[in-house]
Design a protein. Structure first.
Length: 100
C-alpha cells in the first residue's frame, strides 16, 4: 500500500505532516497520526493499521477538490469519516476533518 503522504499528494494539493514550516495559502492538507488499531492473536499482534486525521483547509468551497481527496482515499482502499465544514474565524478559513 502507498504511504498516506503519497496518497494525499496525488490530489495535487500542498501536503504536510503536522504543519507547514512556511506560511501557506489555502487550499492545503495537513495530516497527523491518530493512533493504531491492532488485532491480537496467539499472544502477538496479528494485524495492525495506522489511523490518521486529515485536515483539509480552504477559503472557498470547492466540492471537486473534496472529491479528489475522497477519490484518492477510496482508490487506496481507505475508509474514512468526514466532518462538516468548520469555520475558523481567527484564521478566516474553513476546515474539514477526514478520519481514516
Amino acid at each position: 500500500m502507498a504511504s498516506i503522504f503519497s496518497i494525499l499528494k496525488s490530489t495535487g494539493l500542498p501536503v504536510a505532516y503536522g504543519r507547514f514550516t512556511e506560511s501557506k495559502s489555502p487550499p492545503f492538507i495537513i495530516y497527523l497520526g491518530d493512533g493504531q488499531d491492532t488485532v491480537l492473536a496467539d499472544d502477538g499482534i496479528y494485524h495492525k493499521k495506522n489511523r490518521y486525521q486529515i485536515e483539509y483547509y480552504f477559503a472557498k468551497k470547492d466540492e471537486s477538490t473534496e472529491g479528489r481527496i475522497e477519490t484518492a482515499l477510496t482508490d487506496a482502499g481507505m475508509l474514512y469519516e468526514k466532518t462538516e465544514d468548520i469555520y475558523i474565524s481567527s484564521e478566516d478559513i474553513f476546515v474539514i476533518y477526514y478520519n481514516v
